[in-house]
Write a new protein. Structure first.
Length: 288
């Protein structure tokens, strides 16, 4: 079917409308990245303070025994994805990374997905997911989400011995990269890593009010900070991926508009040439 000026004009109009949507989403993604990166940066000092407090408490505690994991239902994982699309391979790459890592563990770990897109991606693998957490729309929404994850997936009435986190972390050269973190158990390996942290001054502090009570509070804060950071970095990575996708889409739309404009101008020039030829032919016929 041959193109007409009207059809090309309609395609140009649709491309411009799509270009406006892409630019709006690009601006929104760029602004969202900033707030999540700031939250991660602001949390870093507090997280380091919590870890230093834990290092002092753990130095005075007894060595912990690591449990031998054999039950297939006692390992869990929280995988941070997205609710919305237009993020490239954000969910697919992380899901493949998480499943590959979990395949090395015994049994069949329980999985919790953060985001509908990740939930659907894991269901394709015939995984039974006990729950779905929605992705927060702002920094303020991260804290309630972390509380729900702690209550539903991490503590789980003591049913789980090991809990892992999988999420995408922002990275300058490749936009983001999938990472994993072992959240539980808080065993001898965890105690040894934290107790080895060096105190910033020569004078070591003392634990006031009972070491066990202080240790419980610091552990709660440690888990909260770990989950908050994972969620914030995942959201920053999601928006960075969306920004990159919108930049590619904007480039493709610009190229499409350039092609449509060229075809439109050529077709219009051809129509003008035909009209001029008809006028000249009629004029010559009248002269004869």
């Amino acid at each position: 079917m041959s193109e007409t000026l009207a059809s090309l004009q309609q395609k140009r109009s649709s491309a411009r409308d799509l270009q406006s949507v892409v630019r709006a989403m690009k601006a929104l993604a760029a602004s969202s990245i900033g707030q999540y990166e700031k939250s991660v940066s602001a949390l870093a000092d507090y997280a380091h303070t919590v870890e230093l407090g834990l290092s002092i408490c753990l130095r005075e505690s007894r060595p912990m025994e690591r449990k031998k994991i054999s039950d297939s239902d006692r390992i869990g994982a929280v995988i941070f994805g997205s609710d919305q699309g237009l993020v490239g391979q954000f969910n697919e790459l992380l899901a493949d990374f998480a499943l590959q890592m979990l395949a090395t563990l015994p049994g069949t770990p329980q999985l919790w997905a953060v985001g509908e897109r990740m939930h659907e991606r894991l269901r394709v693998e015939d995984r039974i997911l006990p729950g779905l957490f929605p992705v927060p729309g702002s920094v303020k929404g991260i804290t309630p989400l972390v509380g729900r994850i702690l209550d539903v997936a991490v503590w789980k009435d003591g049913e789980l011995d090991e809990v892992y986190l999988f999420y995408n972390r922002p990275r300058a050269d490749v936009v983001y990269t999938p990472v994993s973190k072992r959240l539980l158990p808080l065993d001898e390996i965890w105690r040894r890593d934290l107790s080895g942290l060096s105190w910033p001054t020569e004078q070591l502090p003392e634990v006031i009010g009972g070491g066990s009570a202080t240790l419980r509070v610091l552990i709660r804060e440690y888990l909260f900070v770990s989950l908050f950071r994972a969620c914030a970095e995942s959201l920053a990575s999601e928006n960075a991926s969306r920004l990159a996708a919108m930049q590619r889409a904007e480039k493709n739309i610009d190229e499409l508009l350039e092609d449509l404009n060229g075809r439109f101008h050529r077709l219009r020039q051809s129509a003008i040439d035909e009209e001029l030829f008809d006028v000249i032919s009629g004029f010559e016929a009248l002269l004869k």
